[in-house]
Design a protein around this ligand. Sequence first.
Ligand code: AMP
Ligand code: GLY
Length: 441
Amino acid sequence: MKILAVGGGGREHAIVEALARSGADIYVCMKNNNPGIAKRAKDCLLAEETDLPKVVEYAMAKGVSLAVIGPEAPLEIGIADKLEAAGIPTASPTAAAARIETSKSFTRRLMEERRMNGRIRFVVADDMVAAGRAIDELGESVVVKPTGLTGGKGVKVFGEHLMSRKDILAYAGEIFDKRIGGSAQLVIEEKLVGEEFTLQAFCDGSRLAPMPAVQDHKRAFEGDTGPNTGGMGSYSQADGLLPFLSRSDYDDAVDIMRNVVGALREMGTEYKGTLYGQFMLTKEGPKVIEFNARFGDPEAMNVLSIIDSDFAGICEKMAGGGVSPKDAGFAPRSTVCKYVVPEGYGTKSMAGEEIRIDETAIAGEGAVLYYANVNEKDGRLYTTTSRSAGIVGVADQIEDAEAIAENAIRHVSGRIAVRHDIGKKDVLDARVRHMREVREG
Ligand code: AMP
Ligand code: GLY
């Protein structure tokens, strides 16, 4: 089967590897020349992923019979609508269904209207007066988010990035003035306390097949400090749960996702594709931080490294119907993914610097390498402003997977940064302790 994959990051490299294991002939549209993807693909179009006429024309010319979209930007502007209109079934949501990610106000309101489990207190504000009233209503312990897409970097949290009412209002003013996230609208919501986790599910508009839970690390620096990023690394546990996450918490999160997909269907907006739920496990159970209309990056690298069912077949079912939980088979293994990023990532990345990645030595450590937003030019690799490469260790225990990833990272050099703490035993123990305190507190 000929399949179009869109995107050139670590997530998309993982998608392409999984499709290749299913025996698909892969055609890719990406904006950077990702060497890992280029190696697996039959052909690549180097173009902006949001240039929809170009992408659709390419897909038609190559005669693909299925498409999978990695990043959110083309989904927001309707790449799935355009491909399906051209007769190409697509395992990713339409622009209307992708609002679950692209509009935080849409999602919060949808959950509130239906009084769904997992909803939280929030106010949508379109001007400074409304922002001030939101603080009066919710108190100062809030999180401020532009309603539109910011690549995970637009969220500011009271007590971390914002220290007072004045700070909250100043950031609100900045969002309005600069139209951060593409519009002069923001969501102010209650600050949740607990442990975060990601749950991804394959979805065909009505049915869901959930994947193993993953914990990402959004902060740029060790010890969960510094600015929010797209994600610095992530881990998963062999049983599909996490050290602090019970089976019943996991099931509650699956129910929340099922309710959201059901609500979208009732609105006439079927959600087809991978649905990503980001949750905070609180004293009262899982609460929704946000949804994404795609795989997570890095989380895709955790789950797709251990998927042992036919991924291309699952994508066909997401596009055409027939997903069942049986479809999502994963090896009972733990994974740790560490992202190698350019120095300064999170504030000002050292882009355009050479980075050396010794593929053979990394494979020799038993680790899986996914190239991300690097550019290959004349046999050399250069950083961009985004993350450079994801390195995944797979083992029975998280600690062993961590050691594999860590050993492999020694074979990457250049002006780079890594969060070495991700997946380390003391960090995992601290998360379990934190969750116990939250539950008891
Ligand atoms: P988002 O872009 O919505 O995923 O948010 C980025 C990060 O901000 C999350 O990973 C959380 O660490 C934090 N965050 C977002 N919303 C909340 C919330 N309501 N309460 C506490 N932390 C939050
Ligand atoms: N890892 C978070 C995201 O993909 O948005």
